[in-house]
Write a protein that binds this ligand. Structure first.
Ligand code: BEZ
Length: 240
């Protein structure tokens, strides 16, 4: 056994330095300094949905467009009980300098959501955001969508050259909350107002009533946009 452990200290079996949190896992805990002060994650965010995202570097063009768009959409995220948390391998001086530069751009934007100081890459490695094929020293564009109970519900990764789509992140949040609130699933390209999918029939009588023009395992149901927002926003207002 000792010999095996020794082998695992060599290049034959390099030590696993990163963890890779997956859908259904509890969000790994950490404490960190951010541009808005110290945080204990996920405890400080309990009761809220969180979009926890990383980006490769401050003072870079694609990241700048993303931060402006995250900020521009902050109110829409807040309406669905969602808060934003950013991370990059950089210190607070760099982060705040970059925010200052963004605020001085044409139509300047003040970034108000927190960005983590992760110069030592501890949090990035805890969340599998350092991916050697892309870079050993910069985070990929990762997105973890974490629910109000601190459970990871969606994970997305993008390369450095590809800026994220705010509408898609918002759609994922509404779809997850709709699935939770109504016990349904959402089909390809779904947006609120489109039909949703319900579970397959579980009894002979349900099967007899099923629309014979489509296969028995496909069950569509209308779900009004207003019904969704009423339920999600009411539920979110109650948990505030
Ligand atoms: C960018 O945000 O533009 C960027 C960052 C890192 C590598 C390439 C592009």
């Amino acid at each position: 056994m000792d010999q095996l452990l020794e082998l695992c200290d060599t290049e034959i079996c390099p030590k696993m330095e990163q963890s890779l949190p997956l859908i259904g896992d509890a969000a790994p805990e950490f404490t960190a300094s951010t541009t808005n002060g110290k945080i204990k994650f996920p405890d400080d965010f309990a009761g809220k949905w969180v979009v926890f995202f990383s980006h490769p570097a401050d003072f870079t063009p694609v990241c700048t467009t993303e931060f402006i768009e995250f900020q521009n959409n902050l109110k829409e995220f807040e309406k669905i009980n969602t808060t934003l948390l950013g991370l990059s391998v950089g210190g607070l001086t760099s982060h705040l300098g970059w925010f200052d530069a963004i605020s001085k751009m044409q139509n300047g934007t003040n970034i108000t959501f927190p960005l983590i100081d992760d110069l030592n890459m501890n949090v990035a490695k805890l969340y599998g955001m350092i991916q050697a094929g892309a870079s050993d020293t910069h985070a990929v564009r990762a997105v973890f969508i974490i629910d109000p109970n601190g459970i990871i519900r969606t994970v997305l990764y993008y390369p450095a050259s590809l800026g994220r789509n705010m509408s898609e992140i918002w759609r994922i949040l509404v779809a997850l909350q709709t699935a939770d609130a109504f016990g349904v699933a959402t089909p390809a390209n779904w947006t609120p107002g489109d039909e949703v999918l319900t579970p397959a029939p579980t009894s002979a009588s349900e099967l007899r009533e099923h629309d014979k023009k489509i296969p028995w395992f496909m069950n569509y149901k209308k779900l009004d946009k207003k019904e969704i927002y009423d339920k999600i926003c009411k539920k979110n207002a109650e948990t505030k």
